[in-house]
Ligand binder design. Structure first.
Ligand SMILES: Nc1ncnc2c1ncn2[C@@H]1O[C@H](COP(=O)(O)OP(=O)(O)O)[C@@H](O)[C@H]1O
Ligand SMILES: N[C@@H](CC(=O)OP(=O)(O)O)C(=O)O
Length: 408
């Protein structure tokens, strides 16, 4: 016997027929001897429709607290219908919403993007949800919602039902979390945008996080925070009405702890090369020509950035000498580039954390102490989860210490 958390997204409960199919799949899983927790989103586009109504009626005068309360209605409705449908199939089910005494997900009072109180949630999942499972009852829990210490409804942010499912799975020590949605699994790209998209049989947690961070709606980027190594996870289609169907397996735990900031200074001394030319932004294939040259000579680029009239590249000190020579050949062999310069010795400091995605001001908090200590930043690049700072080699250790002091 195992514990399975099954989450049904809005489209998977988008009609009476789909709700029946979903309830039936849950009951079948239960009949096979598993304990099942159901997490449900609002039916179809209910949340979008509520937002539209609020915009048209109240507009900006709505408070965040009021809006969270209004949005919660979608999930309040869907859990009731789902629990009743499961019961109609002969198995005991209990809906749980933020007003239930047994509500598990406790958050702060950031109403529309609430932060989860993991300790309190863990306690309540054990006390209430686990108990229901042991009584043979199927808990049907509102996805997306939380409740603060004052008893006010909060939301976990748009698409937050995925977070609810993995959070509850984590707190229960579940065997599996199954995300039921309107695609066959994770695809090579959004099938609504490219019809050549194909289904992946598996994807690693890290890959899935990156895909989600860059907008693949299929899973909320914060959900996998709660994917423990021993929890199996998959994304499947609602079409089959079967939780055992194959979709995309999400493999392994997250490699890096969330909540943790990793700061590293590259051991290698780097050199900066600037390739210069007029109006490079509008020149086609120039980056391809540069990287092709670098690739032919088996050199590794540590960083690259583009500007109006220059492209800056970072290489290991010894490789930069060869890169300089080879890229100079490119410069004098064509009309687009005018010149190249091999500049100072550089230290590279990388700052990485999954928390950067939704934390404003990270770049400012990295650059402020450097500015205050008169350390010049040669280059800075950033992605959703990483900021890489290039400074003069002689400033490297001090810059590293300052960033560490500020962020940790
Ligand atoms: N790489 C991808 N693989 C699968 N689906 C994707 C991908 N990128 C974006 N999507 C979109 O995610 C949608 C599913 O997410 P969502 O609409 O939030 O479902 P649900 O209502 O079940 O939570 C799909 O319909 C698809 O258009
Ligand atoms: N109903 C909420 C929460 C959610 O997760 O929905 P879905 O699972 O349909 O993406 C929203 O639309 O944001």
């Amino acid at each position: 016997m195992g514990i399975v958390v099954a989450k049904f997204g809005g489209t998977s409960v988008g009609s009476g027929e789909r709700i029946y199919k979903a309830a039936n799949s849950v009951v079948n899983e239960y009949m096979q001897g598993n304990q099942v927790v159901v997490v449900v989103s609002a039916i179809n586009k209910t949340t979008d429709e509520s937002i539209k109504l609020v915009n048209e009626s109240i507009g900006e005068l709505v408070t965040e607290k009021q809006l969270a309360g209004i949005l919660s209605m979608g999930e309040m409705q869907s859990v009731r219908i789902m629990a009743a449908t499961i019961e109609s199939l002969g198995v005991k089910a209990e809906f749980i919403d933020p007003f239930s005494e047994k509500w598990p997900v406790i958050t702060d009072s950031n109403y529309l993007n609430a932060k989860i109180d993991k300790k309190e949630t863990q306690k309540r999942v054990t006390k209430y949800i686990k108990k229901l499972l042991n009584q043979g009852i199927i808990p049907v829990v509102c996805g997306f919602l939380g409740c603060d210490v004052d008893g006010s409804v909060t939301t976990l942010g748009r698409g937050g039902s995925d977070v609810s499912a993995f959070l509850i799975g984590h707190c229960l020590g579940a065997d599996e979390v199954v995300i039921v949605t309107d695609v066959k699994g994770v695809m090579s790209t959004d099938p609504r945008k490219l019809n050549t998209a194909r289904k992946l049989d598996k994807i690693t947690v890290e890959e899935m996080i990156d895909l989600a961070n860059y907008g693949a709606q299929v899973l909320h980027p914060n959900a996998l925070r709660y994917k423990d190594p021993n929890i199996k996870a998959k994304i499947i289609s609602f079409e089959y009405g079967d939780l055992r169907v194959q979709g995309t397996d999400i493999i392994g735990p997250a490699h890096e702890e969330y909540d943790v900031i990793t700061i590293t200074k590259c051991d290698d001394k780097l050199s900066v090369l600037a390739v210069v030319g007029e109006n490079l932004m509008n020149q086609q294939c120039i980056i391809a020509q540069i990287t092709q040259k670098v690739c032919e000579n088996k050199l590794n680029i540590y960083g690259i950035s583009t500007g109006e009239s220059s492209i800056t590249l970072f290489f290991k000190e010894d490789e930069a000498i060869k890169a300089h020579e080879k890229l100079h050949d490119l410069v004098i062999g064509g009309d687009t580039l005018s010149s190249i310069s091999l500049g100072q010795k550089i230290a590279m400091i990388s700052v990485v954390s999954h928390d950067f995605i939704d934390t404003p001001g990270i770049i400012a908090s990295i650059t402020k102490p450097l500015h205050e200590n008169e350390i010049n930043i040669v280059e800075l690049s950033s992605s959703q989860t990483a900021v890489v700072v290039f400074v003069d080699w002689n400033d490297g250790d001090k810059a590293y210490d300052l960033i560490k002091e500020t962020l940790q």
